[in-house]
Design a protein around this ligand. Sequence first.
Ligand SMILES: CC(=O)N[C@H](C=O)[C@@H](O)[C@H](O)[C@H](O)COP(=O)(O)O
Length: 222
Amino acid sequence: MSKVLEQLRGGLVVSCQANPDSPLRDPLTISRLALAAEMGGAAGLRIQGFEDVAAVRAVTNLPIIGLTKTDRADTEVYITPTAAEAVKLADLGAEIVALDATLRPRPEPLAKMFEAVHAAGALVMADISTLDEAMNAIEQGADIVGTTLSGYTPFSRQLSGPDWELLNELREAGLPFVAEGRLNTPADAAKAMRYGAAFVVVGSAITRPDVVTGWFAQAMRE
Ligand SMILES: CC(=O)N[C@H](C=O)[C@@H](O)[C@H](O)[C@H](O)COP(=O)(O)O
């Protein structure tokens, strides 16, 4: 196993992302969220977009999982859809590049994407939504898969919480995996480790105060 995956093993990766309409949407704010996560004990960071990756790289040595989110008319694939974006993330200092590894029609073949990331000196985290996608990604050379997209493709389980069954399937298949997606409590993160995850990624519950406020407000209305 590579050094950076060893470093992340058993740890918490905090995803620091803000949507275009969020008041937190600027690279300086994202870099401060990243520093706060580091202060709290994060082992790594998951960062979206070139500007944010550069801003975070400038303030911390923690491993960065970089990605882009690109809306394209020709595909539903939006997490790092092209090799050029993947390579730029690596060049900006992301040790790991996350990219959509679903089996949907895509602008560029997965194998080409993986090759480009490896040639740029980074590792591939394949974001998947089903076991089949995970098996395909590992077969084609991904270093690790993440359950990121379960619930976000029409053919995966549509759950309001984590996809525990997918974690079970990945463990039983012997695939290296990261638990990510709707892990909203410390208990969820700890449980994901017991399910065999190499490490855990948490975003909304830590770095999206607008979303967390919504959870509270909604519960109080019920
Ligand atoms: C589906 C998709 O686009 N997920 C994105 C991937 O980077 C992020 O918007 C999520 O916040 C991240 O996966 C962490 O998940 P959660 O915020 O549920 O802890």
